[in-house]
Ligand binder design. Structure first.
Ligand code: FES
Ligand code: FES
Length: 158
């Protein structure tokens, strides 16, 4: 039986007991309590996408998601997709065309791109732009992000 300030999260396939207040953003639970640094703090207001993780496979902004509302949903972070073939294609495409500049936004970008290609393996440019529009990159790497998603999706087709 969990206490009021205890939450059992399923993170990257493992149960993690977190002792924190229900209104703690999932972002901080993941970074501070679970020790996962792949999820980044940007705006803290749901506006930039740096903190994107998957909740039951869908991208969510973890900075505005209270710990108390996660329930038994599966949380997946960048660390949790490392061995996934789709993620490997994305990582390869990202490296192939040197997408990253400062890199700060890129974990969130990859989590959104991964969710997109999982649902839609061959998206149009418009669909890519629509899926990625909530992920801000202050370095302006948008054209390379789109191209890398194209490369990863074309490999899927091959
Ligand atoms: S840090 Fe969560 S959307 Fe910006
Ligand atoms: S690569 Fe610098 S913010 Fe996106």
């Amino acid at each position: 039986m969990l206490e009021e300030d205890e939450f059992m999260l399923v993170v990257n396939g493992e149960e993690r007991l977190i002792k924190a207040s229900a209104d703690m953003p999932l972002l901080w639970a993941l970074r501070q309590e679970v020790g996962l640094s792949g999820v980044k703090f940007g705006c803290g207001a749901g506006l930039c996408g740096a903190c994107t993780v998957h909740l039951d496979g869908s991208p969510v902004r973890s900075c505005v998601l209270p710990l108390g509302s996660v329930g038994s949903s599966e949380v997946t972070t960048l660390e949790g997709i490392q061995d996934d073939p789709l993620a490997e294609r994305l990582f390869d495409a990202w490296l192939e065309i040197d997408v990253m500049q400062c890199g700060y936004c890129q974990a969130g970008q990859i989590m959104s791109a991964h969710a997109l290609l999982k649902d839609n393996p061959t998206p149009s440019n418009e669909e890519i732009d629509m899926a990625m529009e909530g992920n801000i990159c202050r370095c302006g790497t948008y054209p390379r992000i789109r191209e890398a998603i194209r490369i990863a999706s074309e490999e899927e087709e091959a």
